[in-house]
Design a binder for this molecule. Structure first.
Ligand code: DAH
Length: 411
């Protein structure tokens, strides 16, 4: 194909193009705008927290859920100070329509755009796309929520009274440095506001009879400093919930070109909605979010995002049996096989029938120097039994596609 059409707009192909029709089709789904869909419910529940529990955020967080999924590298990377050689930019990690247009890899892509529109405080919810492995918790399309709060000098004055000794345990500036342009008091005040609000958000979300255990770890993002990730203990396991930090001042300053540098300061966070929905509703496989089976969707139809008593635990309709097939091949001499390319070929043929793909063997032939690789593919439907004959036919098409698209030699 020489042109890819996404939501009615055409993108001419070039040597960067790697978004497959299977992936592009997902841009039509908008799960986060589908009433009663668990991804939408979790987003609404978090939005409900911000609209009812944090009266000091002015203007209130604006909910933005209709940003189109195609972004420029400038918005997705440059505006966030992501370096030109950052691996996330590579076509092995990111879906490109062409050199100038990609499927957004995170909702942070919209920080600068929304600030420039004059929206200082927002929750931005959107579908995001990343080339990745295939298993129960990875899917090349997922949903994020970006939270963003801006502070004017007058807001900061109110805040700086608030920093507490508990925050000293969260922030160690010697390993998680502030920005040189920020006073330590400003950085601490903004960080403290971020940390207390996000802890309250998680308590609201994971509400139970026991107090919620949480821990903050230092993190690194090109667009924040200091930066933290937040983990919560849920059913005995530490679960990474979000990344966050004090927004890099050049991002704030670029968005406010008529204001003196440093006059508006911000914090931001980004969280994965499927991950939260999986634990909150007990959804065992990420493919289920894409199911149109009423046995999945109907389980959420009476959930009210504002009423924790209405939350439900998902009841799997049946564990259909898996069907496992291996494929082994020689990689063309002098080339490197990118795993994500193989995963997209398998998904392109098998769609959501593929549950897991794992390499089980890899060696270089001592005499010929050729590289052999073997992958195990687990097929399983979410909603019915599959026959061995049916899967054999799928596997044959996968094998043919690997030869065609990756030039491998089957063994
Ligand atoms: N964009 C990051 C990601 O996709 C998540 C994130 C981290 C968002 C820190 C933020 C932030 O706004 O401050 O992994």
């Amino acid at each position: 194909t020489t042109v890819t059409t996404v939501l009615g707009i055409q993108y001419p192909a070039d040597s960067w193009t790697n978004a497959t029709p299977h992936i592009v089709a997902k841009t039509e789904r908008a799960l986060h705008r589908t009433p009663h869909h668990p991804v939408a419910i979790v987003a609404q529940r978090i939005a409900h927290f911000w609209s009812t529990q944090v009266p000091d955020v002015h203007p209130p967080m604006r909910v933005v859920n209709d940003m189109p999924p195609v972004a420029t590298p400038a918005a997705n990377f440059d505006s966030l100070l992501i370096a030109p050689d950052h691996p996330g930019r590579s076509p092995s990690d990111t879906y490109y329509l062409n050199q100038h247009s990609l499927l957004r890899t995170h909702t942070s892509a919209h920080q600068a755009q929304l600030l420039a529109r004059g929206v200082p405080n927002f929750l931005c919810i959107a579908d995001c796309y990343r080339r990745d492995e295939i298993d129960a918790s990875h899917y090349p399309v997922f949903h994020q929520m970006e939270g963003f709060r801006s502070f004017e000098a007058s807001d900061l004055k109110v805040l700086t009274g608030g920093a507490s000794s508990a925050f000293d345990k969260v922030w160690d500036p010697s390993v998680n440095p502030k920005q040189t342009v920020h006073d330590v008091a400003i950085s601490a005040a903004v960080g403290h506001d971020l940390v207390t609000k996000l802890e309250a958000m998680c308590r609201f979300l994971f509400e139970s009879s026991q107090p919620l255990e949480m821990r903050w770890n230092k993190d690194y993002f090109p667009f924040t400093a200091p930066s933290w990730e937040l983990e919560v203990k849920y059913q005995g396991q530490w679960l990474e919930v979000l990344g966050s930090g004090v927004v890099q001042q050049p991002i704030m300053d670029a968005a406010h070109p008529t204001r003196p540098a440093g006059s508006v300061v911000g914090w931001a966070f980004g969280l994965g909605l499927e991950r939260l929905a999986m634990v909150l509703f007990g959804i065992p496989d990420i493919r289920l979010f894409w199911s149109t089976d009423p046995r999945f969707l109907d389980q959420f139809k009476d959930v009210d995002p504002t009423d924790p008593a209405s939350l439900v635990t998902f009841k799997p309709f049946s564990a259909y049996p898996p069907c496992t097939k291996d494929v082994a091949f020689w990689v063309p001499k002098g080339t490197v096989l990118v795993d994500n390319n193989l995963f997209d070929v398998v998904r392109g043929v098998a769609g959501d029938l593929v549950e897991n793909v794992q390499q089980i063997d890899r060696f270089v032939h001592p005499k010929t120097g050729r590289e052999s690789r073997c992958f195990r593919i687990v097929y399983r439907s979410m909603d019915r039994n599959v026959t061995n004959d049916e899967i054999n036919a799928v596997q044959d098409r996968v094998r043919a596609a690997l030869v065609n698209e990756l030039q491998v030699e089957l063994r």
